[in-house]
Write a protein that binds this ligand. Structure first.
Ligand code: SAH
Ligand code: SF4
Ligand code: F3S
Length: 441
């Protein structure tokens, strides 16, 4: 039987796409293997969000030449494939397939052609494509990634995603509910709904509030999460659904990008600092104990010291549990690359701001975490921790908690007391086990 190895870069949407690719190939008799050395087909499912994401892939392609079987088919898929298309074939003679996010259905036939020596690019967008009939081969045995929307209709000026994923489209609510019921039947009890602006979900008749209520009520589902929402799409209806539906976890990853209204305007984020703060306030008022994480970009073109100070003050005012922080990376073709060169923030300034932001975010999240020691909470055991003898579990509000135990605990819900913290992750002692009880339908 032919073997395949898929290496995934980038966001959860890409992880989910890799599961769909593997599902497509498994249906044709392919077997997944753990490394590139033994594989007949090697696919790198790539990310284009920042330059660094792409240089990693280029480096990996160079490295792979040494490992690949002589007649192995090497393909590049995902966002970098979509962005660069045939340029990838030109730059690397070993690559024979370049397939964008809407082209995975044809994988088996494209691979067949590649075996015969052809080199191909498939980067057409298909606004109907949701891989509805493909059975995903899931990598995770505890939680399921379920895409509910593909593409993005925002046009943030720094962002490559609209170029790599095309316009926004949503799946039908019934299809998402059916997939949720199927994964629960397989024993997975946590579902994460995926979309670039997931709360703008609309299937023509039902919005994200309807979706949360419908998916959240699937019998046996314990935890429902979603990522990433956009602040502008948190209608009162959506927030009310989050508060009402017991399975929806008390955590929101809400990308802020900047705390300065002027920067946000140049980013075309379509909200001001005040509107972001208001969104946070509405969420916190509706959902007690809400964990809040975010994304922040530093060094966006034209960012002044004053604007950056507004980001720092927003971080202090809000008190995030954690943040992903990024240095602005210009992406070919995006509007931000057309700002005057004089707007470019010098590298040493970007570095200094990044360090200051990092210190501020980490310091605040440390303080928040130390205050939590002694609390009790429910965790779901996900996997073995890197440190021996411990298992890695997660609370509903998205804290990582290390608990003693072994692999038999994976998938179990435990009540733990938080006994300590490094400042970022916690250690916990089991107070009592809780078997996964079916929630009311
Ligand atoms: N759709 C999501 C974001 C997906 S990209 C949303 O709108 O929230 C994940 C994060 O990468 C973004 O939130 C942003 O902080 C960061 N990012 C995107 N483009 C970037 C760029 N050109 N340079 C640096 N960071 C970037
Ligand atoms: Fe990119 Fe903005 Fe769309 Fe997010 S909302 S994917 S940052 S364009
Ligand atoms: Fe990267 Fe594409 Fe996701 S650019 S962040 S893999 S949508």
């Amino acid at each position: 039987m032919p073997t395949v190895f898929i290496e995934t870069y980038g966001c959860q949407m890409n992880v989910s796409d890799s599961e769909l690719m593997l599902g497509t190939l498994a249906a044709e008799g392919y077997v997944a293997v753990d490394g590139p050395e033994d594989a007949d087909v090697v696919l790198l499912n790539t990310c284009a969000i920042r330059e660094h994401a792409e240089t990693r892939v280029i480096g990996r392609l160079g490295e792979l030449r040494r490992f690949l079987k002589k007649d192995a088919v090497l393909g590049v898929t995902g966002c970098m494939a979509q962005r660069l298309g045939p340029r990838l074939l030109d730059s690397d003679s070993r690559v024979s397939l370049v397939i964008g996010p809407d082209g995975y259905r044809a994988l088996p036939t494209l691979i067949e052609s590649a075996r015969k020596g052809e080199r191909m690019t498939s980067t057409d967008f298909d606004l109907e494509e949701h891989y509805e009939d493909v059975q995903a081969s899931r990598f995770d045995g505890v939680k399921a990634w379920i895409p509910v929307q593909r593409g993005c209709d925002y046009r943030c000026t720094y962002c490559i995603v609209p170029f790599t994923r095309g316009n926004e489209r949503s799946r039908q609510l019934e299809d998402v509910v059916r997939e949720t019921a199927a994964v629960v039947a397989q024993g997975l009890t946590e579902v994460v709904l995926l979309g670039q602006t997931v709360n703008s979900y609309h299937d023509g008749a039902r919005d994200f509030a309807d979706l949360l209520r419908a998916v959240g009520a699937v019998p046996g589902l314990q935890r429902l999460r979603f990522t990433s929402p956009h602040p502008n799409d948190f209608s009162d209806r959506v927030i009310a659904a989050m508060a009402d539906v017991a399975t929806v976890c008390e955590h929101v990853h809400l990308p802020m990008q900047s705390g300065s209204s002027r920067t946000l305007k140049r980013m075309l984020r379509r909200y001001s600092r005040a509107e972001y703060l208001d969104c946070v306030a509405r969420l916190r008022a509706a959902i007690p104990g809400l964990g809040l994480t975010t994304d922040i970009i530093v060094g966006f073109p034209g960012e002044t010291d004053e604007e950056f100070a507004e980001t720092l003050s927003a971080v202090r005012e809000i008190g995030f549990d954690d943040a992903f922080m990024f240095k602005f990376s210009p992406r070919e073709g995006t509007p931000a690359t057309r700002f005057p060169a004089s707007e470019t923030v010098p590298e040493d300034v970007v570095d200094a701001r990044f360090d200051e932001l990092m210190k501020t975010v980490r310091g605040m999240s440390r303080d928040r975490n130390f205050r939590r020691v002694g609390e009790r909470t429910e965790v779901l055991v996900e996997k073995e921790a890197r440190k021996g003898e411990l298992m890695q579990a997660r609370s509903r509000d998205f804290k990582t908690v290390l608990v003693p135990g072994d692999r038999t605990l994976i998938g179990q819900y435990l009540h733990v007391e938080l006994t300590g913290t490094t400042g970022s992750t916690f250690t916990g002692q089991v107070v009592r086990e809780r078997k996964a009880l079916p929630t009311a339908g």
